[in-house]
Structures are given as structure tokens and as C-alpha cells.
Design a protein around this ligand. Structure first.
Ligand code: GLA
Length: 635
């Protein structure tokens, strides 16, 4: 019994020895000389559209989807950008045993009944959507079975047949299914869920009761250490590769639905176009805060082509229904500001005008769809009040959102400095369209509980001829964030479990990513501070990190760098390096307790600046926090 692993170990040790003697170890912080951020797929701005789940769960059918599609076209929502019409769980009948070909449940999607050797096909369905100027999305699971097969057991639309026929997920069929969905059926978007690698373990009661194949879970949502992060990522990467192969024109969107588990908040950007940063949203205020918080501090991990996904919109339902328009507008505005995908989850065939007015607020949609792709950054944060600021790529305007999360009216004061502006600022309210002046030092507004105010701000920028890096997170790729241990993020609102009871001790932080890079804050949510000096602009990151910054058109990089006062590691020195298209331009060494040092470099024709912070000696494993204070690109 012991022999096989022992043999494997000896072989592994031998190969490692050969590898280390034959080749120099690769320096993980070496400059790439170019942008290494993922560019696959077609998601230059956050995807917009509709999905069947929040409206119908598994009770989806062709009439409902096509009725919705017609409303998207007739109401003008399509022309505002809502183009993707996505079917979620519930479309499948079975996997055909003869050749593994997936079959559509044609009793609910009649146009798929094509007969012949195919049996069923979604091609007529996607042709119809395409002829309407829309795009089509489909849903699957990364494992063998889907979420409905564990959680919607009373659904009439669960897959049918033998155990093998009910294996409708991608497991062992990645190439075949992706080719079928994209090359043959013509879909443009896929959401890949993760229940198949989460809830089908040997001891699961549904596995026994429904005779599903056992899949030892790769994800343990309660424990990041018991989650096999590399294995989960590798499975999602296989799908990414198959999508690229089946879509030579590159026109596809890949949505990773692993609920913030398996550290996807860190690697999602390198594998897919959007990745869920949390468990499911529900139409409850407190749950909306939870999913929002899971994405709102991750601005540096998103940008054109890759987006944090706090889940689909629940506007129209529950706490966000037509009787709660304050909450509905807030939910929508928050999603717009943090560049979340705007995926409507309502039965649009019966949508009252007050709700249509929300989705079709073109000014708020414009914030979300701005081509710069800069997710809003927190200018003020607390459990009660938040202020978000979002750089727009046009003539220097910004989106600003004031948010009262609390239970009582809040007086919120906003200053030009929080917008990184100076002097008077004109604020146009994007709901009322009225403009008011932020004249002088500050403007104070009173917001009702759950109210938000969204403005477009026009004024003189603090850096008249440049940009602080924290103003342009969409132009930054965090190639390495220095995080070596996956730690659950503790600063996310914890709603009482909407599906369970209050008997289990409480809701624990579970989404890894704590310690990741932050704009205008340290990785552990402190103010950027070096030797007592606070920087209101800058990037906070751990040492042993490398960032890539798009610098085209700028002449100079400048920053004040140092070890942040909040560091746990007080001993080690940091070497800060600035590279331009792979060449070393400037360097400084710093230690805890030393004042910030100026670091600057001229950028003649440089396309990509790389910022490396390296622990010089690594005598301690404690996290070494560094600040790139006032880091900016200047013209
Ligand atoms: C999971 C996903 C949801 C939805 C359902 C379908 O819960 O997170 O968005 O797709 O599965 O069963």
C-alpha cells in the first residue's frame, strides 16, 4: 500500500533536483516588459443584459425569455447596452448516453426540437435573439451536476434519466460541451457554476437519495485551507482554453460563478471576464450589502475585460420592489459605480414604469459603461456611511456616490479633496438631473436611511496634468499582490444566513483576498501612512509584489515610497523599483520607521510602467506592508 506514494515521492524529489540544477530559478518579480493582464473574451465594459434566475429560478421557458427579449428591444434597453439574454439553471433535459451530447428540454424550449441526429438544438433560439440585435447566454457547472440538482429538488425541470444522463455539467465534457454551446449553437456568453465541485461529496444526503456520482468536494465554503485552490483554478482554466478554441473571433464572455470561494477574488481576472465575489444575492437589503462589500474594495483587481461580480441585480423584488424605490435606486447605483455587470433579474414583460426608469437611467448606465473601466474607490468608509469616487475617461469628470447604509438619517459631508479636486465643483444629481455647487471647503447633505445620492462631478483636478494611480485602477494589473497565505476578508457585511438558522454560532468571514492591493488604503484597511505621514492618495500593497500600469501618453512617474506604519513585519527592508517597458528606471530602499522617499522616473515613450516592491532579505514571514504614496503619472 505504501509503495506507490513512496515511489512517487522519490521520483518527484529527483525531478525537482534535476530542474534546480539545470535551470536558474525564475524570479517571480522580474519585470515582464509588457501587459500580462488577460485580454481574452469580449468584455471591454461590464456585461449588461438579463438573466432568468432571479425572475424565474428553474421555472424558465422560451415564452418568458423571448417575451423579455422583446421588451429589451421595444423599451430601448437593448440600445442602452442591455444586450445579453442569459438562460440560467433549468434548460437541460439530459446528456444523451450514446454520444454524450447535451439535450435541451424541448417541452419548455419548443424551438429547440429539431429532431434528426441532433435531437435538440438551441440554434433556432440563438438565431432569433441575434436577429433581434441581442446576444445569447447559457449556463452550466464546472462539475458533473448543477446547483438545482441539490437545491431545487421540487423543480419540474431537473435533468432526467440515469445517473450518467443526469450528469449535465462540464465534468469530462469540457471540449464537447463548449464546442456545442458556442461553435454549434451560437451562444455568446456562459456562466459556469460550481456546485458540482462543492456539494456532491460521498456523505451528501442528496447524492445517496438521487444516486448522483460522487465528486469529492474541491471547495469547502467554510474553510479556505480545506479548499483546493489550484485544482479549482485549473478546472476553470480548462474552460477558458476551450472557449478560446471554440470562438476564433474572440466574441464571448466567460462568467465564473464560484461565489467568492477558492480565492477566486484574486485569480478570477486572469481566467475569466467576470467572477462572483460572494455567495448568492437575495432580495434583502442586508444581503445586498454583503455581496456589494465583497466587490467594493477590490477595485485594483478589475478593469476592461475583467470585472468583480457581486451577483445579478435584484431590482424589482423584495426590499428593492416598486414600493421601495429608494432601496432599488441605491442597489442599482452601487452596482453601476463599482463596474458590476448590470444583469437584470426581473420579469420584464410585467415591469412597472417606475422600475423601467431605474434600469434605463442612461446617466447611471454611462458611469458603469465608461471606457476607462475604473471601478469606484472608497473616499470615506464606515459601517454607516460610505463615499465612492469613480474616475471617468472623458474630460476629467467623476462619478460620486454618497451612501447612508444605516438606520437613521445621516449628515454626509463631501469635500473637493475627497474627489481629488480643488476649488469649486459642480455636482449634477444623476436621478433628478439638478446641478448644485460644492463651493468652498465642503458640502453637507442629509440622506435618509438606505438612501444614496449619485452625482457627476465637474471641477479642477488636484493633479492638473496627471493622474494618481488610485484614480485609475482600471489601468493597473496586479501581476502579484504579495499575498502568500489565503485569509478570509473580515470587512464584509455579514447578513444572518438567509437559507439557514441562527443556531450555528454566526456568519464567519469566508472570502479569501484579505491583504490584497488597495487604492487609497493599506491591504489591511488602514490609512496609508509612512513614518507618521498620511497619504490620502496612493496604493497599499504587500512586499514581493509587482504591478503593471498603462503609461502611454505620460512623461513621468512619481511617488513617495516607504514601509507602511501598519506593517506586521518591522524588521525587513524593501527595495522599490520602477521599470519602464522592462528597463530599470529608478530604485530606493526603505525600512520601517524611515520617512517616505521620493521616487521618480522619466518615461520617454514608455507603454508599461512596472512597480516592484521586494523584501530585500526576508528574515521574517510576517506581512510587510508598503505604501506607494501619492503615486502618479504626469504628462
Ligand atoms: C447558484 C448560482 C446562482 C444560480 C443558481 C442556479 O446558486 O450562484 O446564481 O445560477 O446556482 O441553480
Amino acid at each position: 500500500m505504501l509503495k506507490a506514494p513512496l515511489l512517487a515521492f522519490t521520483f518527484l524529489a529527483a525531478t525537482m533536483l534535476i530542474a534546480t540544477t539545470a535551470a536558474q530559478p525564475v524570479d517571480p518579480l522580474a519585470p515582464a516588459g509588457h501587459w500580462t493582464g488577460a485580454t481574452a473574451g469580449r468584455a471591454a465594459t461590464p456585461p449588461m443584459g438579463w438573466n432568468s434566475w432571479n425572475a424565474f429560478r428553474t421555472d424558465v421557458d422560451e415564452a418568458k425569455v423571448m417575451g423579455t427579449a422583446k421588451v429589451l428591444v421595444d423599451s430601448g434597453l437593448r440600445d442602452l447596452g442591455y444586450r445579453y439574454v442569459n438562460i440560467d439553471d433549468g434548460w437541460w433535459l439530459k446528456r444523451r448516453s450514446r454520444d454524450g451530447r447535451m439535450q435541451v428540454r424541448t417541452s419548455i424550449f419548443p424551438s429547440a426540437k429539431v429532431g434528426g441526429s441532433e435531437g435538440s438544438s438551441f440554434r433556432p433560439f440563438t438565431d432569433k435573439l441575434h436577429s433581434m440585435g441581442l446576444k445569447a447566454g447559457i449556463y452550466t457547472d464546472i462539475g458533473g451536476n448543477a446547483c438545482s440538482q441539490a437545491y431545487d429538488l421540487h423543480s419540474p425541470n431537473l435533468p432526467e434519466g440515469t445517473t450518467a444522463e443526469r450528469q449535465i455539467g462540464l465534468r469530462d465534457h469540457v471540449q464537447q460541451d463548449i464546442k456545442l454551446y458556442f461553435a454549434d449553437w451560437g451562444f455568446d456568453y456562459i456562466k459556469v457554476d460550481a456546485c458540482g465541485i462543492n456539494v456532491y461529496g460521498a456523505d451528501s444526503p442528496v447524492v445517496k437519495q438521487y444516486k448522483y456520482n460522487v465528486y469529492p468536494p474541491l471547495i469547502d465554503q467554510a474553510s479556505i485551507n480545506r479548499t483546493n485552490i489550484p485544482a479549482v483554478r485549473a478546472l476553470y482554466q480548462q474552460v477558458a482554453d476551450a472557449l478560446a478554441a471554440s470562438n476564433p473571433d474572440g466574441d464571448y464572455v466567460y462568467s465564473i460563478c464560484a461565489w467568492g470561494a477558492a480565492d477566486v477574488r484574486s485569480w478570477g481576472k486572469d481566467v475569466g471576464n467576470l467572477w462572483r465575489t460572494s455567495g448568492d444575492i437575495t432580495p434583502q437589503w442586508s444581503r445586498m450589502l454583503h455581496t456589494f462589500d465583497s466587490a467594493s474594495t477590490r477595485a485594483l483587481y478589475a478593469g476592461p475585460g475583467h470585472w468583480n461580480d457581486p451577483d445579478m441585480l435584484f431590482v424589482g423584488h423584495g426590499d428593492f420592489d416598486v414600493h421601495h424605490l429608494t432601496e432599488a435606486r441605491t442597489h442599482f447605483s452601487l452596482w453601476a459605480m463599482i463596474n458590476a455587470p448590470l444583469i437584470i433579474g426581473y420579469d420584464l414583460r410585467h415591469a412597472p414604469p417606475a422600475l423601467m426608469d431605474i434600469w434605463s437611467n442612461k446617466d447611471i448606465v454611462r458611469l458603469n459603461q465608461d471606457s476607462g473601466g475604473h471601478q469606484a474607490v472608497l473616499a470615506y468608509d464606515s459601517d454607516d456611511v460610505q463615499i465612492f469616487v469613480k474616475t471617468l475617461s472623458d474630460s476629467g469628470t467623476k462619478g460620486v456616490l454618497l451612501f447612508n447604509r444605516g438606520l437613521v438619517p445621516a449628515r454626509i459631508t463631501v469635500t473637493p479633496a475627497q474627489l481629488k479636486m480643488v476649488g469649486d465643483v459642480a455636482l449634477t444629481d444623476l436621478w433628478s438631473k439638478k446641478t448644485m455647487m460644492l463651493a468652498g471647503d465642503a458640502l453637507t447633505l442629509t440622506l435618509q436611511p438606505r438612501e444614496s445620492r449619485v452625482f457627476e462631478a465637474r471641477g479642477k483636478r488636484q493633479l492638473a496634468d496627471g493622474m494618481y494611480l488610485s484614480e485609475i485602477p482600471g489601468a493597473i494589473n496586479i501581476a502579484r499582490d504579495g499575498v502568500t497565505v489565503s485569509v478570509p476578508d473580515p470587512v464584509i457585511h455579514r447578513m444572518a444566513n438567509p437559507w439557514g438558522t441562527t443556531t450555528n454560532g454566526g456568519e464567519r468571514p469566508t472570502y479569501a483576498g484579505w491583504g490584497g492591493a488597495r487604492a487609497d488604503a493599506t491591504p489591511y484597511d488602514q490609512a496609508l501612512t509612512v513614518d507618521g505621514h498620511v497619504f490620502t492618495s496612493g496604493i497599499g500593497i504587500l512586499a514581493n509584489s509587482r504591478m503593471e500600469v498603462k503609461a502611454d501618453g505620460f512623461k513621468r512617474f512619481q511617488a513617495k515610497v516607504g514601509v507602511d506604519d501598519s506593517t506586521r513585519n518591522l524588521k525587513d527592508q524593501v527595495v522599490f523599483q520602477v521599470f519602464g517597458d522592462g528597463h530599470l528606471l529608478a530604485q530606493a530602499t526603505a525600512a520601517y520607521g524611515q520617512p517616505a522617499q521620493a521616487l521618480a522616473a522619466d518615461l520617454a515613450d514608455v507603454k508599461i510602467v512596472e512597480l516592484v516592491a521586494r523584501n530585500a532579505a526576508q528574515t521574517s514571514d510576517l506581512p510587510l506592508v508598503v505604501s506607494w504614496g501619492d503615486a502618479a503619472l504626469v504628462k
